[in-house]
Design a binder for this molecule. Sequence first.
Ligand SMILES: Cc1ncc(COP(=O)(O)O)c(C=O)c1O
Length: 385
Amino acid sequence: MMVYLDNNATTPLDPQVVEKMTWFIREHFGNPSSLYPIGRQVKELITEAREQVASAIGAHRSEIIFTGSGTESDNFAIIGVLEARPEKRQFITSAIEHPAVLETAKYLERKGYTVHYVPVDRYGVIDLNYLESVLSDETGLVSIMLANNEIGTVQPVEEVVRMASRYGVPVHTDAVQAFGKTEVNVKKLGVDLLTVSSHKIYGPKGVGALYIKKGTPVLPFIHGGHQEFGLRAGTENTIGIVGFGEAAKILQERWKKDKERLEKLGERLKSGLEEKIPGIVFNGHPEKRIKSTVNFAFPGLEAEAILMALATREIYVSTGSACSEESEEASHVLLAIGLKPEVARSAIRMSLGRFNREEDVETVLKELPEIIEKLRKISPFKNGI
Ligand SMILES: Cc1ncc(COP(=O)(O)O)c(C=O)c1O
């Protein structure tokens, strides 16, 4: 039996989502912009999905823009807000953001913007004093993620909002990894913009959403027709959007229960591995963390070797984040929390999801210690370091 422990990379579709999408594909092909009934029906279903996503994050449906991914939502939020107020030439983000934000920051630097990267402590929590020291009237936007995809650390976003508001600076948060795993409520957080993505919440891939608080100055991101309130043109990904809406509806009904169960499983996985494997190094905040995400380094070993050995036993995990899987470089997140590159390159991330059971954790607790012991025997750096 396959053990899938890479739910931060993507999640399997919830069967109820599959059902809804299948029904939709069969029954509806109309263009939501068409004025006759088969178009209008699809428009209504998109509105329903917009309402479902909005409701899951405490927003109004007029504040939700559907996009092609979490990545697009991040790009849209940052570029859209900064371009709306071109006199503000400074952008602030953190050192441990997803590449969707960090690469956008680099793009801005090439365009002449000043970007400040707020450092983090050894648990991955941002340095609020640093943030305060770089905030100014020149700042156009602050973008700080809610939960980190690699180590699960949750950031004090409400505090970020309080600080930024003293300068009238809008705040965006990438909540892709927090959505469904902890409370995500735009009113409580106080943010102006917030990113979510469907395929991390048991919905289809290739669809995301951006919350834009009413009144936030933002320029259109894709130019063309009037879709998505004129901010993101192009005929809608109707199938994806309907699936995303259903996934958000299910999430709202059950995230608290899922959270409780998965946190327990995560803690069992963490303490079990710590008990059975001497010398492993836990990465992330012990408390302020999405506890279903567990990240460990195995100094002296290469993460790829561990990943491949697990994969031969049909246990699927990740090294660092999926997006850096193809590069040899150590994870920027693990380097930012102070790990040496060779230790960072030995890190494995396991992320639990709705369809994991206790047996999955027990399987890992049985298989991984054996694998590590074997690999250590053949490693040139016996027992690490
Ligand atoms: C924190 C975070 N932001 C953004 C993304 C990108 O989302 P998408 O895969 O929908 O582009 C991911 C995906 O891994 C993520 O973990």
